[in-house]
Design a protein around this ligand. Structure first.
Ligand code: P6P
Length: 333
């Protein structure tokens, strides 16, 4: 494959198509540079004492890791001066972050989970950054929470960085999915896969099986059939993976297929699910659908859900199209 950097890729997309403009290109480049900085910080780990808890809680009531806070700060500082954003929202902040008055504002809203899977950071397992881009509606003077409450189908761009053996950036602009690998010597993200496609069938599923006793009947039925293997109704054996980093599980599925499930369960009946709709489920659903996969909450397409709160949670079933359709059909049965 011709060595194309992220910047070249974006400039070529901007020249050829109308779905990239200079501000969106700047947004993606700035986010990619922030992800590079996060990757470097993670790589230093204990050498610079940035592992472990920050001694604070986020809006979700979850203990923050030092790197949650650092990653959030890196993304805020990287994005507030460029003039491409109307505002930002993060898993780590209760309210949207307004652009300081000393900087110009732009048309885009950026949402992110700055360090997804951070419970894994202290045990050196892959973590990631997830981001989603919406347009701010015209005439919105102060983009408060309501400006962000748009269905996932309104996203203009979504992506994630996965900080694993390689640092990868996976991106969609609504016309396929591309993957870039960080070349640490040059400091550039280099295009290493274009037009990723998820196999429609799979032999691999990802779910936290310790929640089995809380699952609803359709999920129990589906997983029991997979566990029954070749002697059961599916007539084949299945394999299971659970990294507990959504970015790592989703990247595996983008690479070789699979189905990822964090269904709603009866552990906390008030919660629609564990994962957050706006900055986890929506960007991942956009990417997965653009790669030919499916993404529902068991009952409806995730990208069709009209949000009513910035940090609302949702059940997530995503990945190989035929398996997502089967699980969703079981919910309708
Ligand atoms: P559990 C990480 O905290 C996260 O938000 C996702 O990245 C991951 O898929 C899930 O939660 C793991 O949840 O309950 O298995 O720890």
């Amino acid at each position: 494959m011709r060595r194309v950097t992220l910047m070249q890729y974006l400039i070529e997309q901007e020249r050829q198509y109308d779905w990239v403009n200079a501000d969106l290109r700047l947004l993606i480049e700035v986010v990619s540079r922030a992800c590079k900085a996060i990757s470097i910080a993670i790589g230093k780990g204990d050498l610079v004492g940035i592992l472990g808890g920050a001694g604070s809680e986020n809006v979700q009531g979850e203990a923050q890791k030092k790197l949650d806070v650092i990653s959030n700060e890196i993304l805020l500082e990287a994005n507030e001066w460029g003039g491409h954003l109307a505002a930002m929202a993060s898993e780590e902040m209760d309210k949207p972050h307004q652009i300081p008055h000393r900087f110009p504002r732009g048309e885009y809203l950026l949402l992110f989970d700055p360090l997804d899977g951070s419970s894994n950071i202290d045990v050196n397992i892959s973590v990631g950054t997830i981001f989603s881009v919406l347009r701010c509606r015209d005439g919105v003077c102060v983009p408060d929470e309501r400006a962000f409450l748009q269905p996932g189908a309104a996203q203009v761009c979504a992506g994630y960085a996965v900080y694993g053996p390689s640092t990868l950036l996976v991106l969609t602009l609504g016309h396929g999915v591309a993957c870039f690998t960080l070349d640490r010597e040059s400091g550039s993200f280099v295009l290493t896969k274009s037009d990723l496609r998820i196999p429609e069938d799979t032999g691999e599923f990802a779910i936290n099986a310790s929640n089995a006793r809380y699952w609803e009947a359709p999920v129990k039925r589906y997983i029991d059939e997979l566990l029954a293997g070749k002697d059961g109704p599916r007539g084949r054996d299945f394999n299971m993976r659970w990294v507990a980093s959504m970015v790592a599980d989703v990247h595996r599925i983008l690479t070789r297929g699979g189905v990822f499930m964090y269904p709603r369960d009866t552990k906390d009946p008030k919660k629609a699910g564990k994962l957050r709709l706006l900055y986890e489920a929506n960007p991942m659903a956009f990417i997965v659908e653009q790669a030919g996969g499916g993404a529902t909450n068991g009952r409806e397409r995730i990208l069709d859900i009209l949000p009513d709160a910035l940090h609302q949670r949702v059940a997530v079933i995503l990945g190989s199209k035929n398996e997502v359709e089967r699980v969703t059909a079981y919910h309708a049965a």
